[in-house]
Design a protein around this ligand. Structure first.
Ligand SMILES: [Zn+2]
Length: 250
């Protein structure tokens, strides 16, 4: 793959799914992936690194850098489609919350034949504790559906992602409806130090967006019930720094 051909798409993926930054640098993963030994850029040493630079200039990479898997790795992946599936599964589990998985697979154009196994039941005790603490009510919008007496729909979200060392404890959990769970994981919803809902200024859309997100900006989180701990500020801080798409609306 010539860097010039993947640069834009890679930048878009980093914008959508990477740690929020003011400027994404797709040349970094393209270049540094080599350190795993699976990816190579033939002729990398000849590329112009400018004066004392440690990696080639971006313009030089656009001009002449072509990267790809090593021939033996490429052959392995082509010979064993299950290997690709397992690797994709592992990368998703280790680096992204489950709410990202389907979108990400679609975005990178992977065809995995069958749907990925869901790992939502990874920690049923965590889910139960969080839903109880919040009384089966979305902490953002208050949604609390009962279907023939059955409590349904609500989800327990990790504030600091489980894939990034976030513990499965009430202090790191919030009960949310699927829409606001996804909003939290995608960084369009955040939480302030005084535990109010923040909506990112980078979320745009029509009236339905105002009705579903905008109206909750600066509103206090709903719950948990008295006697249960609120979300811990350490995890709020992690989410603010790693996930939330700053700045919040004014
Ligand atoms: Zn909600």
């Amino acid at each position: 793959m010539p860097f010039s051909q993947v640069k834009q798409k890679l930048g878009e993926l980093l914008n959508a799914y990477g740690t929020p930054r003011s400027r994404q640098q797709p040349e970094l993963p393209f270049w540094h992936l080599r350190s795993d030994g699976l990816w190579e850029i033939p002729g990398a040493e000849e590329l112009d690194k400018g004066k004392g630079g440690r990696r080639p200039l971006v313009t030089e990479m656009e001009r002449a850098a072509t990267g790809g898997f090593r021939a033996d790795i490429d052959a392995l992946l082509r010979a064993d489609p299950q290997l690709l599936r397992r690797i994709a599964r592992m990368l998703l589990d280790e680096h992204f919350p489950t709410s990202y998985h389907e979108d990400l697979i679609t975005a990178v154009g992977l065809d995995l034949d069958e749907p990925l196994p869901k790992h939502t039941a990874r920690d049923p005790a965590f889910r139960q504790q969080v839903l109880n603490a919040y009384g089966y009510r979305c902490a953002v919008c208050g949604l609390d559906p009962l279907i023939d007496g059955m409590r349904a729909v609500l989800e327990a979200s990790h504030l600091q992602w489980h894939s990034h060392g976030g513990p499965s404890t009430i202090e790191n959990g919030i009960c949310l409806c699927p829409l606001h769970h996804k909003g939290l994981d995608l960084g369009v919803i955040g939480i302030s130090d005084d535990r109010r809902v923040l909506v990112s200024s980078r979320l745009h859309g029509g009236e339905a967006i105002e009705a579903s997100f905008g109206r909750y900006h600066q509103q206090s989180l709903i719950g948990p019930f008295h006697g249960y701990p609120s979300v811990h500020l350490d995890f709020v801080k992690w989410h603010t720094q790693q996930v939330f798409r700053n700045p919040p609306r004014r």
